[in-house]
Ligand binder design. Structure first.
Ligand SMILES: C[S@@+](CC[C@H](N)C(=O)[O-])C[C@H]1O[C@@H](n2cnc3c(N)ncnc32)[C@H](O)[C@@H]1O
Length: 274
């Protein structure tokens, strides 16, 4: 990458961080003066959730116009019974072919994002085939929500999804190793885990140490706090590869996108042994 392109790519996340700080401030002001709920100021996790929902409602669409790597083609192939982890307001739904999907469950903990999510499902032809669940992707939240939605039949609580889709979400789930292993268990044999995730800069391989340094600076400046729990330098690639344990994945398709930047992505899919 030419230097004139590279330097702006290293600095661009600071604009996002600035935007997040602005929305956090606005969330505080709205809480006091619009919703008149000053007691919420003492509930920091709720405040951060509201602040992130505000960022996403205002900017999610613009931040989803162009997605990394071959995600567009990949999502077109998604079929059957699908779990979409952290769908936000459904910005990715236009990329799926709704006619190939029998039913899609969206595990979205941000309740303020649900109205937009259901609107997107309607607009993109999913209609009643889209079920929004108020839960996270971590097992203790996801499993009871799936049970309540009657996803588990005949007592089975594993191997129920043809596809599990994770787009820009694993950076923010708690205990990522355990959470990804939980998602692995939910995939049917022969099914796929599809991902598009930003990761720690792979500076020892095809990355860049300066970009890794920028990630560390963004983390120190409060990236996780202001960005709804997003970890800028998570080793999600390793967690995904390890999730199948000793069994190993039957197929690994993984593309590294922009590895020398501060927000490098991995895009691809993993196939569970049949
Ligand atoms: C960056 S947005 C991505 C939205 C959408 N997947 C996309 O790429 O357009 C991250 C989403 O993950 C959700 N999220 C946060 N914590 C989560 C968790 N523990 N489990 C599942 N989703 C979570 C957020 O509410 C938000 O909607």
């Amino acid at each position: 990458m030419a230097l004139a392109d590279w330097i702006p790519r290293l600095l661009r996340p600071s604009l996002l961080l600035g935007l997040a700080v602005y929305h956090f401030g606005m969330t505080i002001l709205e809480t006091i003066f619009v919703h008149r709920e000053p007691s919420l100021l003492f509930n920091l996790s709720k405040l951060r959730e509201k602040s992130f929902a505000r960022i996403w409602i205002n900017n999610g669409e613009a931040m989803s116009l162009e997605m990394p790597g071959n995600l567009d083609e990949l999502l077109q192939t998604v079929h059957g019974t699908v779990l979409d982890v952290g769908p936000g307001s459904g910005e990715q739904l236009t990329r799926f072919d709704a006619s190939k999907v029998d039913i899609m469950y969206g595990a979205e903990p941000g309740i303020d994002l649900h109205p937009g999510l259901l609107r997107s499902a309607e607009k993109t032809g999913f209609g009643g085939k889209y079920k929004a669940l108020h839960c996270g992707g971590e097992p203790e939240s996801l499993i009871p929500a799936l049970a309540k939605a009657s996803v588990f039949k005949d007592g089975a609580s594993q191997g129920v999804f043809d596809e599990v889709v994770c787009v820009r979400v694993l950076c923010g789930v708690p205990r990522p190793e355990e959470t990804i292993q939980g998602l692995y268990r939910l995939i049917k044999p022969g099914g796929r885990l599809i991902f598009c995730e930003h990761v720690i800069n792979p500076w020892r391989d095809d990355g860049a140490i300066l970009a890794r340094l920028f990630q560390a600076i963004y983390a120190l400046l409060g990236w996780k706090f202001f960005m709804g729990g997003c970890t800028v330098d998570r080793n999600t690639k390793q967690y995904l590869l390890d999730a199948a344990g000793k069994e190993g994945w039957e197929e690994v398709h993984l593309e590294s996108v922009d590895p020398t930047t501060a927000i490098p992505f991995i895009v691809g899919y993993l196939v569970k042994r049949g």
